[in-house]
Design a protein around this ligand. Structure first.
Ligand code: SF4
Length: 446
């Protein structure tokens, strides 16, 4: 946890010599706490103080990277609640691949996982990893299934085997894939750490309690592996949520390094029923599993989970926005309708879908309201006849259509008179609800 200015001050020489450019050591400490100064600016700080300050500057939860080019990253979180700052690294959703599958069945399973990709409010969201599980008990089958996932491309690899022989065989067949390697227990820790060090993979550590996980992470670290993902094994969902929350609090609030790692949960070990598994996965995404492994490949189960990840890991202080400009839907011409909405993503994509549903090619002018919805923007003075007129001028609306008619959201019908005066265009009041846009365009606009 970051040190306060006063805690830093206690570690400084307190001579007020001004060599650092600050009038006092206390002023320098305050600048350091706010990350506005570098420790090197003080030539007299002791080596002991330097080490303490460096240790305090380390993130309380380690950032762990894996997958091809180590592009997936988990951990590195700094707060318990997203409103305190934001959560940084979204939960990775992974789907299991049993190594009892082979040939066409195995390929079909891999392709069904790769197909779990969707577009939501203009962003592509997808399952990013496959967790190959050593259910066969055979090292060769495990290695073959791991190789098939790696060769198919597009999915990061999580290897879950209790046997170091199976883990070693799979790592040897997936060179360059940088898999996340499990499952390490107190019994096989040294052998697994040796394999992980050789192949430069992060390790999954599994134990029944948070205390045992802390001991295990220390053991793995002593064996030379720094990148660790914890997997608490309490039997039911309640137990897992309790342990994961405890781990997070110990890491972030107490800076307890042995638990300062991201967490992986195999949901199939808690729930077998697919619907209950999806519900458990949603709870684990909210609290605080960095990797959630499910068995389900049904799109209707996976899309809500990916949506939950997107929502939990958005910045609560920054509304999700689209670029303010004119969007074309279909192939509009100079006779097509022109309407405006705001640049709050959810508002824009709802309007876009409803205009598409009307099958009438249209222009949608997106007005910059700092990512707020129509009513919020209007009541907060971010949407007025002036902002709309300015947006129309910037978008060259005069050149887009020749009818000089602008459809406005029904919720801001009150601005129609002033907007007509400001633009010299005819203002048509559209529906209050976006869902009524198709009917409006088909029956009122024509
Ligand atoms: Fe204090 Fe070091 Fe700055 Fe001198 S250079 S005032 S000792 S912090």
């Amino acid at each position: 946890m970051a040190l306060t200015g006063l805690q830093i001050f206690k570690l400084l020489p307190k001579t007020n010599c001004k060599k650092c450019g600050m009038p006092t050591c206390l002023a320098f400490a305050m600048q350091l706490a706010q990350k506005k100064a570098a420790l090197d600016s003080c030539p007299y700080v002791s080596e002991e103080a330097r080490q303490q300050l460096a240790a305090a500057a380390q993130p309380p939860m380690r950032l762990v990277k894996f997958g091809p080019e180590r592009k997936l990253q988990v951990g590195g979180e700094t707060v318990m609640f997203r409103h305190e700052e934001k959560f940084h690294n979204p939960t990775i959703l992974a789907v299991t691949v049993s190594d009892t599958l082979s040939g066409g069945e195995l390929n079909k399973r891999i392709e069904s996982i790769k197909a779990l990709e969707f577009e939501r409010v203009g962003t592509r969201i997808k399952v990013q990893a496959a967790a190959v599980v050593n259910e066969s008990g055979s090292a060769d089958s495990f290695a073959a299934a791991a190789a098939a996932v790696a060769e198919s491309g597009g999915l990061a690899l999580i290897l879950l085997a209790g046997s170091p022989d199976a883990a070693a065989a799979a790592c040897a067949k997936t060179t360059g894939a940088a898999p996340l390697l499990g499952t390490t227990t107190s019994e096989n820790a040294e052998a697994m750490a040796k394999i992980a060090a050789e192949h430069q993979c992060p390790l999954v550590a599994a134990a029944a309690t948070a205390e045992e996980l802390a001991d295990l992470s220390e053991k793995i670290k002593a064996a030379g592996v720094e990148d660790i993902v914890l997997s608490p094994q309490a039997g039911d969902l309640g137990g897992r949520l309790r342990d994961i929350t405890l781990i997070r609090a110990a890491a972030l609030k107490k800076t307890f390094r042995p638990l300062g790692y991201p967490v992986l949960t195999e949901v199939g070990r808690i729930e077998k029923d697919p619907d209950r598994q999806a519900a458990a996965a949603a709870a684990l995404i909210c609290k605080y599993s960095s990797i959630v492994v499910i068995d389900d490949t049904r799109p209707q189960a996976v899309l809500p989970l990916l949506t939950a990840v997107m929502n939990v890991f958005s910045d609560p202080q920054k509304p999700v926005q689209v670029e303010p400009k004119v969007y074309t839907i279909g192939e509009p011409d100079e006779n097509s309708p022109l309407m405006f909405t705001t640049n709050f993503s959810l508002t824009y994509y709802t309007v876009e879908a409803d205009v598409e549903a009307s099958r009438i090619a249209s222009y949608v002018l997106v007005v910059d309201t700092e990512g707020t919805s129509v009513l919020t923007a209007y009541s907060g003075d971010k949407l007025s006849e002036k902002t709309v007129a300015d947006a129309m001028a910037k978008a060259n609306a005069e050149q887009l259509v020749k009818h000089r008619k602008l459809i406005i959201p029904g919720y801001v019908a009150v601005m129609s008179g002033k907007l007509e005066e400001a633009t010299n265009w005819q203002v048509m009041v559209g529906p209050r609800e976006s869902a009524m846009i198709p009917k409006y365009l088909q029956e009122v606009w024509k």
